[in-house]
Design a protein around this ligand. Structure first.
Ligand SMILES: [Zn+2]
Length: 195
């Protein structure tokens, strides 16, 4: 019989930092939220507070996806849209549940449709047309923008198209689009102007 000399922290020990009187974050649960769980892998300093039962459920679904590639996770999510029915957390949300409610900053769980919508929403209005002209996906870096511009400028240059007028027009449009996006990246507008 062996004994461990150093006591180990229990996996589900109540957190001493738990806010007093805080109730479990699981929808509809009124128990004390004495156990903390990170909201996501990318924001490990933001926490949910759960009761013992719900922190176990939460951790079980968290561990479930660990080690999977994004593709495997997406396949799994499609195959089981209820995310480990009947437990956390979709069962209790029922029909009101929508994929967009998942806290999923990396979009690992999102389907193609959600990803496309998110991308569309994020493009600043004044950049939609220029971005489309350049055939790019927002957000982009200055490097990507410049590389793409050089590529397009070369391809549509009148000299490379036998002096073709249409190519010249295309190049003008591309030049304007490039200037607009470059200006935006160099000197982004203040956040106050939302639209
Ligand atoms: Zn609970």
């Amino acid at each position: 019989m062996t004994t461990r000399r150093t006591p180990r922290t229990k996996a589900f020990a109540p957190d001493p930092a738990a806010p007093a009187g805080r109730s479990c974050d699981h929808p509809g649960c009124a128990l004390d939220g004495a156990y903390r769980a990170p909201k996501s892998r990318t924001s490990i300093n933001e926490y949910y507070w759960f009761c013992l039962e719900h922190v176990r459920e939460y951790n079980a679904s968290w561990d479930f996806y660990k080690g999977m590639t994004p593709g495997q996770i997406e396949a799994q999510t499609r195959a089981d849209t209820g995310w480990q029915r009947p437990t956390w957390p979709l069962g209790s949300l029922g029909k009101q549940f929508d994929e967009t409610m998942l806290h999923d900053p990396l979009q690992l769980l999102a389907t193609g449709r959600i990803k496309r919508e998110a991308a569309k929403v994020n493009v600043p209005t004044e950049l939609r047309e220029p971005i489309r002209t350049l055939g790019l996906d927002w957000p982009i870096s200055m490097d990507v923008l410049k590389t793409r511009y050089k590529e397009l400028a070369k391809r549509h240059h009148p000299d490379a198209n036998g002096g073709d007028r249409a190519a010249e027009e295309r190049l003008k449009t591309i030049n304007i689009a490039y200037a607009v996006v470059r200006h935006y990246l160099t000197d982004p507008p203040r956040m106050a102007a939302t639209g």
